[in-house]
Design a protein around this ligand. Structure first.
Ligand code: 0L1
Ligand code: MG
Length: 261
């Protein structure tokens, strides 16, 4: 795929994101042959464009981290993207639905490392040893594609649907919790919509960070100390509507909430 095509596809998703407008997935007509490798080139160009506009990267995020979702999409690897500064929502504050296309939320466990981790060969234990804190978080995903209808390369090119992140402020050392059996409920207006446990994320959320480090190493990258890392949705994502009060509650790891206007 030549540079012009990469730019064209990055522009396509970037404009949709800025204009909060649904688009047909890239692989439908624009470029049906898009591969996973190429889709990361499109994502890199999209990220370059955002940085050029003055936005900054807050941290990486992992997606498609449940075995069921990986099987459904017929892939062996999860995917990664990036949360930007303009996506961060303060805990307890309100978002405006008009800033999104068709937002959904998913509860996640966040990690902050105290040292960089560079693959290949990073293990779950390496991650636990390098973790300063874990914290509760909610990711807002908002695929730019109609009806969240995409193939894996489409969603990678679209920065893995990243649109928002609410980082909780309840920090715990990783050894204080059994992160695979930490239970989570996701509620709208006090009613539980979905629930799960940390093991939904690749068996253990720390494994997700290890996979991220190993995937990034293929491109000469690493997971950096101090950056909040979103490890992947623990429950099915839930669609938001105006007036919603969203809460994710974690066993032993506090809760996070925000409003939708
Ligand atoms: O963070 C995620 O798991 C989202 C990955 C993309 C899948 C989606 O938009 O539903
Ligand atoms: Mg997610």
């Amino acid at each position: 795929m030549d540079t012009n095509k990469i730019k064209e596809l990055a522009n396509y998703v970037h404009h949709a994101e800025k204009e909060k407008r649904e688009i047909v997935k890239i692989t439908q007509d624009l470029y049906p042959e898009l591969t996973i490798e190429e889709s990361y080139l499109v994502q890199e160009e999209l990220i370059r464009q955002k940085l050029e506009e003055g936005h900054t990267i807050v941290g990486p995020k992992m997606g498609i981290t449940s075995e069921a979702k990986m099987k459904q999409m017929n892939v062996d690897d999860p995917i990664y993207g990036y949360v930007f500064d303009n996506m961060v929502v303060e805990e307890g504050e309100a978002i405006s639905i008009s800033d999104y296309i068709h937002p959904k939320v998913e509860p996640e466990i966040g990690f902050i490392l105290d040292r960089d981790l560079e693959g290949p060969g990073v293990t779950t234990l390496d991650v636990i040893r390098a973790t300063e804190y874990v914290f509760p978080a909610i990711e807002i995903i908002d695929s730019r594609y109609e009806n969240f209808n995409f193939t894996l390369p489409d969603v990678i090119a679209d920065n893995t649907s990243a649109a928002g992140a609410v980082f909780g402020t309840y920090f715990r050392r990783p050894e204080e919790l059994e992160l695979d059996v930490v239970g989570v409920t996701l509620s709208l207006n006090g009613e539980v919509q979905s629930l799960g446990a940390g093991a939904a994320v690749l068996g253990h959320p720390a494994k997700s960070v290890a996979r991220l480090a190993n995937m990034l190493s293929k491109k000469g990258g690493k997971v950096k100390a101090g950056e909040p890392i979103l490890t992947g949705g623990i429950t099915a994502a839930v669609r938001l509507s105006p007036g919603d009060f969203v809460t994710a509650k974690y066993g032993g790891l506090g809760d996070v909430s925000f409003f939708v206007k």
